[in-house]
Design a binder for this molecule. Structure first.
Ligand SMILES: N[C@@H](CCC(=O)N[C@@H](CS)C(=O)NCC(=O)O)C(=O)O
Length: 256
């Protein structure tokens, strides 16, 4: 018997389903995705922004099937196979797509070396402060601890918001920093409905930025219906999820 997390609606819906349908033909690049996953969505947005040819394959990462573990020993989506070689980790994939397809535009990493480094500083910020705080906010059951997690979430997002040039992080051009946070913007209705999160309580700039990012075509085209996501988030909100990330947060550890 598997873990409860295996119970996932089997495929993408809404605009994301149309995107999947357009990417069924064999290509040099196979994208192993879980339609529901925010980390997947980072890599998927990158592929769509750059118009990279890819073949979409849906995987249920909770089943830990042998063929998938052979691609990603961590057993996590997203993963990819490029000309028969396996790769994984969402932000590594985003950068790999930039490197492997230099003629596919736009560039999502800035060209200026200092800006590239700045982008990576903010990617690190998202990974090390926002995502853990957000997971604690979802999973912690004690109201006092939830309040602390909400405060940490606001602090982390406000730092990011204070550095947005506008309208996007680096100004007019959409970049990898916008890509890295976008999936959590489109899913913030979960914490709005269940944990008292308000975009405006981060800052007015954050509210405006969120409203812009969630309307971006590549973001819309990789987003599925909320109704099938509710079931997945319910397991986090009740702290019943058995995913690698949920267990790490419960143990006070680092998200893999
Ligand atoms: N650090 C990884 C995280 C990926 C991740 O946690 N993916 C989740 C789905 S959203 C997963 O595959 N979970 C399977 C499991 O926990 O067993 C990345 O950035 O790609």
């Amino acid at each position: 018997m598997g873990i409860p997390d295996e119970q996932i609606f089997p495929h993408a819906t809404a605009a994301a389903a149309e995107t999947v349908a357009k990417h069924q033909q064999p290509q040099d690049l196979i994208f192993y995705s879980g339609w529901f996953c925010p980390y997947v969505q980072r890599a998927w947005i990158t592929l769509e922004e750059k118009g990279i040819p890819y073949q979409y394959k849906e995987v249920n990462p909770y089943k830990k099937e042998a063929h998938f573990l052979a691609l990603n020993p961590k057993g996590l989506v997203p993963a990819a196979e490029y000309k028969g070689r396996a790769l994984y980790e969402s932000l590594v994939l985003c950068e790999f797509f930039e490197d492997a397809y230099p003629s596919c535009k736009p560039d999502l990493l800035p060209n200026d070396p200092v800006d590239r480094a700045i982008a990576r500083i903010w990617l690190d910020h998202i990974s090390k402060t926002f995502i853990p705080a957000h997971h604690r906010l979802l999973q912690l059951q004690d109201p006092e601890k939830q309040r602390e997690a909400l405060k940490d979430t606001y602090t982390s997002l406000r730092k990011l918001a204070d550095n947005i040039k506008g309208p996007y992080f680096f100004g007019d051009e959409f970049s990898i920093v916008d890509v890295a946070i976008a999936p959590w913007i489109v899913r913030d209705w979960v914490v709005q409905e269940h944990r008292g999160f308000k975009r405006g309580d981060v800052s007015q700039a954050w509210k405006e930025y969120s409203e812009l990012v969630e309307k971006r075509e590549s973001v819309v085209n990789t987003t599925s219906l909320r109704e099938h996501t509710v079931e997945i988030y319910g397991r986090y909100l009740r702290d019943e999820a058995q995913s690698v990330a949920a267990k790490a947060i419960r143990a006070g550890g680092v998200i893999p």
